[in-house]
Every structure is written in structure tokens, then in C-alpha cells.
Design a protein around this ligand. Structure first.
Ligand SMILES: NC(=O)c1ccc[n+]([C@@H]2O[C@H](COP(=O)([O-])OP(=O)(O)OC[C@H]3O[C@@H](n4cnc5c(N)ncnc54)[C@H](O)[C@@H]3O)[C@@H](O)[C@H]2O)c1
Length: 250
């Protein structure tokens, strides 16, 4: 790879896709060369993201876009049911892919693991790109070892499709591992409460209770730009892994 790695954003006209496109256009390290979406086909991506004409149209065919635009790395921010197919296409074209879409089922992840294992092409699935949220998960993991009575409240905007959020499920998984409990998917073990309200973006509160004391660890993403530094870190890590990996270890 010579020059800046060439990046394609899949789901480029969505709320996250637009933020990622703007972030890449401002990046010194990565270059936005293509955007794929089922909506707004043919529109100029620069106009979609309000930075003026940039001469890159929204396309609908991921496979031809990857080869036509000589894409080095892809990012998927779409919908859960589209991810397996999108990743399969990227792997077929030997393009490493960073998956930000949440709500993947364990079966989806297994399928992707199999595909990525077969080709060796990197796939990095990151349920939350906000650095503060990653730190929150790390702190929760430590707290859970000493305070095992814990519940999670995750709060998001009403358009969010998956419930509970990927971050809440990942936080529970990390805490269960830290507590040495086997069945990480048992919802009774660490309850998750989901709130969907206008005005919210992405928030999570983890409450640990013990005799005479309560510890609350909270993270708030007030705007989607908060995910961009984590996406850049994800793209950097993507170039160094083999096969499928989950999570953006700090
Ligand atoms: N990992 C993170 O840190 C993080 C942060 C925020 C959102 N998310 C997740 O990212 C995903 C997208 O969120 P959003 O708020 O941008 O949603 P959105 O609905 O605004 O955008 C999704 C976009 O994907 C497009 N799309 C749907 N199917 C497609 C396909 N087959 N091929 C190409 N494009 C397709 C839609 O047209 C839309 O433009 C969700 O799963 C959300 O939970 C993850």
C-alpha cells in the first residue's frame, strides 16, 4: 500500500456514515475514495455530508465499487441484516473491513469468523468506538471483581434498532468474564435496562451495589463525532490483524 490507505464507507449516507465520511475527508492518514449505500444513489458524497462537491458519487454495488475505486479498507455502518453479505463481499475482494454496525447475532459473528478465518483477511468488529466508553468497560471489568451485584442502564435515541445495545452486551460479557461466570449470555446474571427517548444519543450507566454503598460508572456520547478517533484507531489496528477480532483494545 503506497500513499494514504484508500477507504470505502458502506452505509455512507446514514447518520454514522456521514460523520465517518466527513472525518475521513479531514484525515491526514486515510483517504475517502468511495461510499456505498442503498439510499441516495448517484448523489455526490460531499453534498450529502455538506462539505460541497467532491466528485465521489454514492454507489450501490459494493463489489464493483471495491475494485473500481481500488479500495484498501472498508468500514460498515449499515443495518445488522446487511453486514454478513457486505463483509463476505469485502473478503472476496480481499479488502479488510471494520464493522461498526451493532446488533449482530452470535450466528452472524460465527459466520463472519468462519469466512475471515478461511481467507485470513482482517475483520474487526467494534461495538463502540467512543474511547470513553471503552475505558468505562475496562473500569467496569475491574469493579465487577469486587462488587458483583451490578445492573446496566443503556440509553439511546429512538431510531436505534438493536436492544439491548451492543455496548451493554459487551460490557456484561466483560464483567461476567471478570467474575469468572460461565454463561455470559444469561440475561438474569447482569440485567440490562434499555431506554429509547428523543434527545438521547448514546449513554450508559453501570450501577454496582453493596452494603451501604453504590458505585456508578457512566459514559455519555453527546454527538456522533465522539466515535471518530476510535474509528481512526480501528483502521490503524485493522491493518495489523489476521482473521476476525472483536473489540478495540486500548
Ligand atoms: N460501533 C459504534 O461505535 C457505533 C456508534 C453509532 C452507531 N453504531 C451502529 O451503526 C449502525 C448504523 O447506525 P446509524 O445511526 O448510522 O443508522 P442509519 O439508519 O442512519 O444508517 C444506516 C445506513 O445504512 C444504509 N444501508 C442499509 N442497508 C444497506 C446495505 N445493504 N448496503 C449499504 N447500505 C445500507 C441505509 O440506507 C442507511 O443510510 C447501527 O447498527 C448503529 O447501532 C455503532
Amino acid at each position: 500500500m503506497s500513499g494514504k490507505p484508500r477507504v470505502c464507507v458502506v452505509g455512507c449516507t446514514g447518520k454514522m456514515g456521514q460523520v465517518i465520511c466527513r472525518g475521513l475527508l479531514a484525515s491526514q492518514e486515510f483517504q475517502l475514495v468511495a461510499g456505498v449505500d442503498v439510499a441516495r444513489a448517484g448523489d455526490d458524497i460531499g453534498q450529502v455530508v455538506n462539505v460541497g462537491h467532491i466528485g465521489i458519487p454514492v454507489t450501490t454495488n459494493l463489489q464493483t465499487t471495491l475494485s473500481d475505486a481500488k479500495v484498501d479498507l472498508a468500514i460498515d455502518f449499515t443495518v445488522p441484516h446487511a453486514v454478513t453479505n457486505n463483509v463476505a463481499i469485502c473478503l472476496q475482494e480481499k479488502v479488510p473491513v471494520l464493522v461498526g454496525t451493532t446488533g449482530l447475532s452470535p450466528e452472524d459473528v460465527e459466520k463472519l469468523q468462519h469466512l475471515a478465518g478461511k481467507t485470513g483477511t482482517p475483520v474487526l468488529i467494534v461495538p463502540n468506538f467512543a474511547i470513553g466508553a471503552l475505558l468505562m468497560m475496562e473500569f467496569c471489568q475491574k469493579a465487577a471483581r469486587y462488587m458483583p451485584h451490578v445492573e446496566i442502564i443503556e440509553l439511546h435515541h429512538p431510531q436505534k434498532i438493536d436492544k439491548p445495545s451492543g455496548t451493554a452486551r459487551r460490557t456484561r460479557e466483560c464483567m461476567m468474564q471478570a467474575m469468572g461466570r460461565a454463561d455470559v449470555e444469561d440475561p438474569e446474571q447482569v440485567p440490562i435496562h434499555s431506554v429509547r427517548l428523543p434527545g438521547l444519543v448514546a449513554h450508559q450507566e453501570v450501577i454496582f451495589g453493596d452494603v451501604g454503598q453504590v458505585l456508578t460508572i457512566r459514559h455519555d456520547s453527546f454527538q456522533r463525532e465522539s466515535f471518530m478517533p476510535g474509528v481512526i484507531l480501528g483502521l490503524q489496528k485493522l491493518q495489523k490483524i489476521k482473521g476476525l477480532k472483536i473489540g478495540l483494545d486500548l
